[in-house]
Design a protein around this ligand. Structure first.
Ligand code: 5GP
Length: 194
C-alpha cells in the first residue's frame, strides 16, 4: 500500500532491537484519515469473505480494527490483556509473549462475543515473530469459529511470524512488508509483494 509505505518512510523511526516506531501516526498519535484508507484496503483485500466479526488485541489494534469494521459492517472484539485470569469458564484465554516488552501475558475474550458460527477476520498493527497472532488464532479455535483471513498493517518480513502463519494455511495479507531496516542509518527497505 503505497501511501502507507511513504508514511512509514517519512515518519517511522527504526530503533535498536528490530523495533519500528510509528507513534506519529499509528501507535500513539493516530492519523484517522490514513486508518480510513487502511480500512478500505482491508475491505478490498477480503471482499470475497463473509466476515461476521473482527478480532484484534489491545491496545494498538483497536483503532485500526474499529475503522476497518465500518467497511465490513461487523462488530470488533478485542482481546484484553488480563492481570489475573478468572478461571470461571466464561472466557477464552491465550498466553502471548510481548515483542516490545518481552514479557508473557494472558489475554482473554469473553465467550459471549465469539461463537462457533463466527467467521473471523483478525487484524493487528504489526507482525513480527507471530506470538500475538498465534494467541488470537488459539482463541478463535477454542471458540470453534473459523478464521477467514488475517490483515496486518506492517509485517516485518525478516522475522519468522509471516512464514509460519502462511505455512499453516492462513490467508494472511500485510499492507506493508519491511524486508530490512537499519537502526543506525534509519533505512527501511520494503518488499514488493505487498
Ligand atoms: P509478534 O507477536 O508477532 O512477535 O509481535 C506483534 C506484536 O508486537 C504487535 O501486536 C505489536 O504490538 C508488537 N510489535 C512487534 N514488532 C513491533 C515493532 O517493530 N514496532 C511496534 N511499534 N510494535 C511491534
Amino acid at each position: 500500500m503505497k501511501i502507507l509505505k511513504e508514511r512509514i518512510r517519512r515518519d517511522g523511526a527504526v530503533k535498536p532491537g528490530n523495533v519500528l516506531k510509528v507513534d506519529m501516526f499509528l501507535n500513539h498519535q493516530i492519523d484517522v484519515e490514513l486508518l480510513n484508507e487502511i480500512g478500505k484496503e482491508f475491505k478490498r483485500l477480503f471482499a470475497d469473505k463473509k466476515i461476521t466479526k473482527i478480532l484484534t488485541i489491545e491496545a494498538s489494534g483497536i483503532a485500526i480494527a474499529s475503522i476497518a469494521a465500518q467497511y465490513f459492517k461487523v462488530p470488533v472484539v478485542f482481546a484484553k490483556k488480563a492481570q489475573s485470569i478468572n478461571l470461571d469458564g466464561d472466557s477464552y484465554t491465550a498466553k502471548i509473549q510481548s515483542y516490545t516488552h518481552k514479557k508473557i501475558y494472558d489475554v482473554i475474550v469473553s465467550k459471549k462475543y465469539i461463537s462457533e458460527n463466527d467467521r473471523v477476520l483478525i487484524i493487528d498493527d504489526f507482525l513480527a515473530n507471530g506470538c500475538a497472532l498465534l494467541g488470537l488464532l488459539d482463541i478463535v479455535k477454542s471458540a470453534g469459529a473459523s478464521v477467514e483471513g488475517i490483515g496486518i498493517v506492517i509485517e516485518k518480513g525478516f522475522q519468522a511470524g509471516g512464514k509460519q502463519i502462511r505455512d499453516m494455511g492462513f490467508d494472511l495479507k500485510s499492507l506493508a512488508i519491511v524486508e530490512s531496516m537499519n537502526a543506525e542509518t534509519g533505512e527501511i527497505v520494503f518488499s514488493d509483494e505487498d
